[in-house]
Structure formats: C-alpha cells, structure tokens
Design a protein around this ligand. Structure first.
Ligand code: ADP
Length: 581
C-alpha cells in the first residue's frame, strides 16, 4: 500500500515519487507475515495503524482496556500457534497491556505487544513529554524479549524479529516499541517495501538425539506404574494424533493438566484425571509432556508424589530440565518431532494392566462420590448445582470453547466439566491470574467463529466485565456464566466494625444480567440448576452475546479455593471479632 503520491502539479519534470510511511510499512509487514487479526485499544500515536490495518483487510478488534486486548492476543497465540498481536498506546496503555504480556510469557503463549511511544529525545532527557516512559526498559523484565525500532527502515526487521522470537523455542510474549516519530516517517515506497520480509520457518522442528529417545524408552520399559502428564504445551503443539497414538499404543495412563483437557477426550479409559492423587503418589516413571513441575504439580515433591519417581521430560526448552526434580531422561525438542521419534523407536510394550486396574478402581469410587455431590440440589443453589447444569448443556455441544476463571468457580468447573476436543479450554493458567475471562473468550470466538461459554466467578468477572460492550459490539457468540455468590471466594464475610463491607464482600444482589442488557445482549438470571440449563440452552441457540447471572449461596465456596494453603498462617484468620472497647 502506498501512503500518498507527491503533488507535482507545479512545474516538476520528475515523475511523481511514490511515498510511504512507518504506519503503512508496519501494516504491510504484519500482513506479509499472515497476521490477520489485531487486538488493541487505540489512541495517540497508533490510531491510524488500526485504521490502516482495517483498510488492509486485517481484522482489528477494539477493546475497552489494554489488558483484555493483551489477554485476547495471548489466547489467540495459544489457539493458532501464531503470535497474537496486541496494539497499545504510549505509557499508561502500554503498562496496562504489560500484565497480559507477562502472563503470556509465563504461560508460554506467543504474543507480540506493539506499542507506540513518545519522543525518544524528550524521554531520555526526562523533559516531560506527553505519556513519557522508557517503555523498552519497562517491558524487558516481563517479556521473552523486547525490541525497539528506531528507524523507519527497520520496521520490517523489527516485526520479523518479534515474530520469530515469539514462536520459536519456548513461545512467549515479545514487546515491540515503535515510537510515534518512526510511524510518521515518510520514505520512498519502493525502498520501504524492500525492507520488509516474510519470516521463513519460524518454528523449525527440533528433534532429540536418538540416544536420548532410546534412553527414555528404556526407562519407560522399567516402569511398573508409568504415567504421562500432558500439559498445555502438549495442547499448543498441535500434535494431537501423534500424542494420542503413543498413549493408546502403550496403554499408559495419562493425566491432563487443565488446559490439556480434551487433547484426548476426558472420558477416555486411560485418563487418570479422576484418580489424580493416587496417580501422582504411586507412579514410578512419569513422562511430562509440555508440562512443568511447577506449583501446579506440587514441584514434583512428596508427599503428593512418589519420592522414588523417575522423570522423563519432553520440552522444547532445555533449561526447564532439573528446574524442580532430577530429570532422568530429558527429551529436548518440539513435541511433534519427539513423538515421531518415539513412534519410530518404541517396541510394543505390555499395557500396565494391574496399574490401570488400580487407577480405574479409585476412579470409579471418586466418580461415584462426585455424582452424589452433583445430584444434591440445595436451595439456594451452590457451585456444583450450577456447574452440573452447565456441564450437561455443554456435553451436547463439544464445539463450545470453555473459558474459566475464579477461585471456587475454577476449581469446581475444572473437575465437573469434561472436554472432548483439544485446545477448547482456556483458564487462569500458570500464574493463576484473574482477569483473563473476557479477553480469552473474545479471542476464542474471533479466532474460531465457534460459540464460547465463559464460566466466571463474580469477583474474577469484575476484572474484565466492561468488555461485555466489546462482545456486544462485535456480536460475538459468547455466553458469560457468572457464578454470583456475592464475594471474593464467598459472600458471607463479616466486617467486625459493621460499617464498610468486609474485604471479601461484593454485592450479592448485583444484577450482572442487566449489564449485558445495557449493550443490547441477552440477560438471564438463574436461581436453580434447571434455570441455568434452560438459559444456557437458549443462549447458545441464539448464537449471540448473552450473560447468565447465577445466584449462588453466599456461604458457598472456600477461601482461596484449592490453594488455601498458600495463605501465610498468621494469628488472625477469617472473620475477626469486634475489638473490645
Ligand atoms: P501446564 O501448566 O499445563 O502444566 P506448562 O505451561 O507448565 O503446562 O508447560 C508448558 C511447557 O510446554 C513449557 O515448559 C514449554 O516450554 C513447553 N512447550 C511449549 N510448546 C512446546 C512444543 N511445541 N514442544 C515442546 N515443548 C513445548
């Protein structure tokens, strides 16, 4: 695309020189690299970048807060294996987006935050420019890499570098700073076009050495109680058929981490998800596939794990090995190549029948206990009643993407709602972050065109609730289910002085359904599981934006959900009694 043509109506004899500028070059470079969607919030100096992107057939999705736009870009990266792009304005907008960039990096999602920035010479001498901030320095600690483009002829290079860095090796968030002056710089169009290029093979296959593969196979062959743990890296890798083939041909039980649910259907006979504690405590050889031994896996430590367990780890990042436990057999490479190599070298092994039976027995026991809990229908409704209703409706719609955040809303939904399709569940992830809800939901709907159900605790929903307007503006097929128990964790907190609400109290009488109605979406209020099911069925059938406010007993839920043990143990716990006068 060309910015303008010089006006040569005067007496010029030279032919008109075609000109372009930084805005056009940035958009052209993104398009050349197949970036088809940008998520962002416009303002100085990037508004024209968004306009030009639209004019160039790149979809621009405008948000109400940069952190939501950033989370959307990160989720798009996870879902598509290509960097999701987020556009932010200088300083405050940039900083708002940074939470999402950091979260993307922690989750190993490929994302690029492109931000406009103010005048470099004023920033560097701290002369007090509009939205002055040394953004490159600020981004550095939170990103996989941070780059700045200081000359218009480097825009193509900067974008190529950002793309390759975001998706190659361990994926992550990349910051790309483009100062306003560079965006506005005018250059000869042909010369400018010659500075752009398309990145070749940004995610090259990396195959582990044959000896490493054989070593892992030998170790697996010694196992009496082998276990495969599938993490969101395995889901991200898009090697679904190869992973499934390995698991089914070896007969090894597997445990899906929350975002790996659906890689194999949750009702698969080899799933150990419903016997998780036993599986961890007893497994003697564990093969981690795109899953880190971080807090989500208790760092691989006893008593949750068998202290004698030996680990095989499949990961693209060699430095991940030994981060928590000794890794007896590192398989460093991309998951697809590793599973190709495993398939070539693996001899048929006997399925570990006794071990599978042991897990199946525990699983049957736990499933029966859960069924009992779900069958109870207390009034007022509790989390499990509402979520059972969601589960039953979603069961009929395996195409639905599920977004999930909260404390109890996350813990319980993760266990209750089965997934049957890969990469259809997005949640708080590695950081346990709140606020991803609407951003992830919007990206899932935009990238897939499929319906999305966002199961949100009322507190978690509050972080990104204003994006309901975005959902309605783009008429996205997103149904937000707010589990409204009127509080952070729960709604029955007490302030001993009885004036202000307690720190954990929110408004239990809040009508979140009215929020979406303000923007033209459909609001529902549900007080029983039957009402939740009816509302969700109707909302999904409508194909448009909807919100179901589920009224949950304020006394339902536990503080900090399943991770209450992470609260420091002081002398004051829970609700305090009033001070004596
Ligand atoms: P979970 O939270 O589900 O356990 P993690 O985010 O802890 O998963 O782990 C994901 C891991 O997957 C990271 O260590 C990352 O380096 C790795 N990974 C991501 N993509 C690939 C890939 N294509 N091949 C191999 N490993 C990958």
């Amino acid at each position: 695309m060309t910015a303008s043509t010089l006006d040569t109506t005067a007496t010029t004899v030279e032919p008109a020189a075609e000109l372009t500028d930084g805005y056009h070059l940035a958009v052209d470079a993104l398009k050349l690299n197949d970036i088809r969607t940008i998520y962002g919030v416009v303002g100085i100096p990037i508004t024209d970048l968004a306009r030009l992107a639209q004019a160039s057939d790149i979809r621009y999705i405008g948000f109400r807060h940069e952190s939501d736009a950033g989370h959307a870009a990160a989720a798009a990266g996870f879902l598509t294996k290509k960097p999701g792009v987020c556009l932010t304005v200088s300083a405050p907008g940039f900083l708002n987006g940074l939470v999402a960039l950091a979260n993307a990096t922690r989750n190993c999602f490929p994302m690029i935050q492109i931000s406009g920035s103010s005048e470099r010479h004023l920033i560097d001498l701290k002369q007090g420019d509009y939205e002055e901030l040394d953004q490159l320095a600020a981004a550095e600690p939170f990103a996989k890499a941070a780059y700045r483009v200081s000359r218009v002829e480097d825009i193509g290079r900067g974008i190529a570098r950002a793309i390759r860095t975001a998706v190659s090796g361990r994926p992550g968030g990349v910051y790309l700073d483009i100062p306003a002056a560079v965006l506005g710089e005018v250059v000869d169009a042909a010369a400018g076009a010659a500075t752009l290029w398309r990145v070749v093979d940004p995610t090259p296959h990396q195959r582990p050495a044959t000896e490493a593969v054989d070593h892992a196979i030998e170790l697996l062959a010694t196992a009496r109680r082998p276990l495969v743990v599938l993490g969101k890296g395995a889901a991200y890798a898009q090697a679904d058929a190869k992973i499934r083939e390995f698991i089914e041909s070896t007969g090894i039980p597997y445990l899906p981490m929350s975002m790996a649910k659906g890689l194999l259907p949750d009702d698969h006979p080899q799933s150990a998800a419903t016997a998780r504690s036993l599986a961890l405590r007893r497994a003697d050889v564990v093969m981690l596939v795109g899953a880190r031994l971080n807090w989500l896996l208790n760092h691989g430590r006893a008593p949750q794990w068998n202290p004698a367990a030996k680990f095989i780890q499949v990961d693209i990042d060699p430095a991940e090995m030994d981060s928590n436990q000794p890794i007896a057999a590192p398989l460093v490479g991309d998951i697809e190549s590793v599973f190709d190599a495993l398939a070539e070298r693996t001899e048929p092994v006997a399925a570990p029948t006794a071990w599978r039976d042991e897990l199946a027995e525990r699983s049957a026991h736990n499933v029966a206990k859960m069924a009992q809990r779900l069958a109870a229908d207390p009034h007022p409704m509790r989390f499990s009643g509402a979520l059972k209703a969601v589960r039953d409706v979603v069961h009929e719609r395996p195409d639905v993407y599920l977004v999930n955040e909260g404390a109890n809303a996350l813990d319980i939904a993760r266990n209750v709602i089965d997934m049957r399709v890969p990469r259809h569940r997005l949640d708080s992830g590695t950081w346990g972050v709140m606020g991803i809800g609407m951003g992830y939901a919007i990206a899932a709907a935009v990238e897939s065109g499929a319906p999305v159900v966002a199961v949100e605790g009322d507190s978690a929903f509050g972080f990104s609730g204003m994006e309901l307007e975005t959902v309605c503006r783009y008429r996205l097929p997103i149904v937000t289910v707010v589990l409204n128990n009127g509080g952070v964790y729960r709604g029955d907190g007490v302030n001993p002085l009885a004036t202000d609400p307690s720190p954990t109290t929110l408004m239990s009488e809040a009508r979140h359904d009215k929020m979406i109605e303000a923007f033209g979406g459909k609001g529902f209020r549900a007080t029983t599981p039957a009402e939740v099911a009816a509302a969700l069925t109707e909302a999904l059938a409508s194909g448009g934006p909807a919100l179901i406010d589920c009224v949950i007993d304020p006394s339902a839920g536990t503080e900090s959900g399943h991770i209450a043990h992470l609260n420091p143990k002081g002398v004051t716990v829970g609700n305090l009694t009033p001070p004596t006068k």
